[in-house]
Design a protein around this ligand. Structure first.
Ligand code: HEC
Length: 140
């Protein structure tokens, strides 16, 4: 009898927790998003996914080429970067569509790319945050 009561209580608690978890959603979706926050979120996303290999400072090539001014540029043209795969050719222009494709799955755009072990970002919102952030980093 006691056992039964305990089990029942646990189930009810789990259901209650599930409901509580849903509650904040409308507030978050409706909240205004000042551009400052957007830029911060973009920088955080960049730092999380990209900064281990990329800088956004001019001429600061690391494991990957600097991404300063990369938005709007032709692919594979960063001066002084010696580790290009050869798969990023200047016919590719870095705009929203090409960057989104590359960041989803680098090999889909350049099959022999050396941008590994970066495996791509599945979350479209994260990709957009990063692309918008790159636009603010020296793009002409
Ligand atoms: C593990 C290291 C690594 C990570 C992590 C990484 N990259 Fe790269 N990235 C590279 C390398 C190496 C290249 C050169 C690829 C090639 O030549 O095929 C590159 C190339 C690029 C290019 C093309 C540059 C050009 O000159 O055309 C862009 C754009 C880019 N990366 C963006 C990103 C973004 C944005 C992120 C984070 C979401 C990221 N990368 C994460 C290593 C990395």
């Amino acid at each position: 009898m006691k056992h039964h009561t305990t089990k029942h209580h646990a189930v009810r608690s789990a259901v209650a927790a599930g409901c509580l978890a849903l509650l904040p959603l409308p507030a978050a979706a409706g909240g205004a998003a000042p551009t400052d926050n957007g830029e911060d979120a973009g920088q955080v996303a960049f730092n999380t996914h990209c900064r281990s290999c990329h800088s956004v400072k001019p001429e600061d090539n690391r494991l990957g080429p600097t991404l300063h001014g990369i938005f709007g540029a032709s692919a594979g043209q960063v001066k002084g970067f010696a580790n290009y795969s050869g798969g990023l050719t200047p016919e590719i222009k870095w705009d929203e569509a090409t960057l989104d494709k590359f960041l989803t799955d680098p090999k889909a755009l350049a099959s022999n790319t050396t941008m590994t072990p970066f495996g791509g970002i599945k979350d479209a919102d994260q990709r957009k945050l990063i692309i918008d952030y790159l636009k603010t980093q020296g793009a002409s």
